[in-house]
Design a protein around this ligand. Structure first.
Ligand code: KG4
Ligand code: ZN
Length: 338
């Protein structure tokens, strides 16, 4: 069974093909239009998906040496995300399902991120803890089995990636902020400024807005010359504060639940400082740590096709009334048809 995966929940237009043989082809179309606005403009995102989704699907089918007739099913993100962006992907998925008489399965985008570590063996052993850190979400999830999740904690304000994006804006760096901060931090001292670590004790919830405000006040108090001189130190100290909180909470959850693996997924998992901290954690504790290849950390349809393949094999189908669910949660015993 060849599953076409479609992902359009935010500002990445992506298609992929996954089968018993693994990932056959995938492509992500990055929407540069948002850069000059310093963040995603929802209407522009929908319009860009309209223009590029079908060419992206055609491209992956051609890359795999296949035709539309070879497809066995369609898996599509139906939430959480921007409603206008989700609608574009859903309607294309439904059109293909009707025209080609294929089963359709709606995928929770957060669950998709969890499947990014199941594209290539070795897979994480379960039960495991999965930390989902992206621009829209920061959640610590207990993965009992694939398809069976318990959210242990989530952010009470900004997501980790959102904190990178907002701090990058404060520091006058570009969008998306994560890669810009990481690049600026490379030349800095990470203990130069002591920024606060939010909600460190007794909770698996996260809070990054206090950290963001601390960076804002620190930056405002500097003269323009000092701002330039201190930029690398501020970026490195901020990055370290985020990494410390993420790693500490993930480790505590692993120990409390006695799991067999830790996975970290989502756009922020691309961050090399975080990846280094996770390698150190694995070496010190012996907990096997899994992080997807960078291209499968940020939004992509490979993870959606993979999650769809799993659910379809278990007999899950969505009907053609499937509607976008902008604030969909990843609940325990989650089923895509709910
Ligand atoms: O998973 P993703 O593509 O989209 C959502 O589902 O939200 O994540 C995008 C987020 C952005 O906030 C971006 O700044 C962040 O991931 N990001 C990074 C890095 N690369 C992307 N954050 C820190 N370091 C990076 N290298
Ligand atoms: Zn995402």
């Amino acid at each position: 069974m060849i599953v076409l995966g479609i992902e359009t929940s935010c500002d990445e237009t992506s298609a992929a093909l996954y089968s018993e043989q693994g990932l056959l082809a995938h492509a992500v179309h990055y929407q540069a239009v948002h850069e000059e606005y310093g963040g995603v403009v929802p209407e522009f995102a929908s319009r860009a998906h309209m223009r590029t989704l079908i060419p992206t699907i055609r491209y992956v089918i051609r890359r795999a040496g296949l035709s539309f007739r070879d497809l066995g099913a369609v898996a599509v993100t139906y939430g959480p995300g921007l409603v206008g962006s989700l609608i574009v992907g859903l309607n294309v998925a439904k059109g293909l399902a009707v025209a080609l008489r294929l089963p359709l399965v709606g995928i929770n985008h957060i669950e998709g991120h969890i499947f990014a570590n199941f594209l290539e063996e070795p897979f994480p052993e379960l039960p495991g803890v999965c930390l989902v850190v992206s621009g829209g979400h920061t959640q610590l999830v207990l993965v009992r089995r694939l398809g069976d999740y318990q959210v242990l904690g989530r952010t009470r304000d900004d997501a980790a990636g959102e904190a990178f994006d907002k701090v990058a804006r404060i520091l006058g760096l570009g969008y998306p902020g994560g890669p810009a901060i990481e690049a600026a931090a490379a030349a800095g001292q990470e203990n130069a400024v002591s920024f606060p670590r939010g909600l460190m004790e007794n909770s698996y919830d996260f809070s990054f807005s206090g950290l963001k405000t601390a960076v804002l006040y620190y930056h405002r108090a500097l003269s323009p010359q000092e701002r330039e001189k201190r930029l690398a130190d501020v970026a490195a100290s901020f990055q370290k504060a985020v990494v410390d909180v993420l790693v500490a909470k993930a480790l505590r959850a692993c120990q409390e639940f006695g799991v067999r693996s830790l996975s970290v997924v989502g756009g922020v998992a691309r961050n090399r400082r975080l990846r280094r901290a996770l390698e150190e954690l694995a070496a010190e504790t012996g907990i096997p740590v899994f992080v997807p290849k960078p291209e499968f950390c940020t939004d992509n349809a490979a993870m959606i096709a993979r999650a769809g393949f799993f659910h379809l094999l278990h007999g899950v189908r969505s009907d053609l009334r499937l509607a976008p669910a902008p604030s969909l949660n990843l609940d325990s015993r989650y089923l895509p048809t709910d």
